[in-house]
Unconditional design. Sequence first.
Length: 244
Amino acid sequence: MSEQQKQTNIWLAVLISALILAVVVIWRVAIYKSASPIHTGNEHKHSFQSNQLRPNLNKIISKARTWGPAYTSWIGKTAPDFTLTDIDGIEFSLSDFRAKVILLDFFDTSCSPCLEEIPHLKTLHEEFDEDLVIISISVSPSFDTVEKLQQFRQEHEINWIVARDTIGIFDEYNVQYIPTLVIIDQEGYMQRRHVGLTGESVLQQEIYEIIPEFGTWAVIIFVFLTLTVATLAHKRRSLLRKIQ
């Protein structure tokens, strides 16, 4: 075998390896950015039982400057700020987490869909780490005591903020069913809202759109591999011309 043929075989092997790597990367990106929900929001809705948890229409209208009228989209509206004390006794405000994406999870411990949502929240917490702040807020503070929520956190291995809604935040966010999830961007604007059990793939894609660098890296890798494959293919054609 001539030296030129050996070089051609080497370049061909590299080309095939690059193509395989490109396929693997594209496949992984496709999985992470899949938008197929595990459940739709209408499959599992848990209505509040207490009359005091039903938002008053006048209060909703009074929040029009924040939310906008009920018949218009609230996307892009400023998220109402609030201050709570978590179940460890630490006081925090929503505005403390400005510059990070925030996921508010309105729930209570007796809500079955809320329990089913926890694994999806865990996946998001592991994937986005410090770029995403998850705050689970129980809308039943009289039922979900601090001790009960501490036990709940331990049983379900929750490692994000858990707090009780002792000041009526559910009213500020017009929460009528649980779980209700609200995604807030780095500048404090509400970008997405889901009512009912929501799959992690749906939430992942929406967070990717808000944190562009996560999706940007996948694009950079794809472009790099494409250019590499094109360069190798060009060199292979040049070697074949010399052999001929």
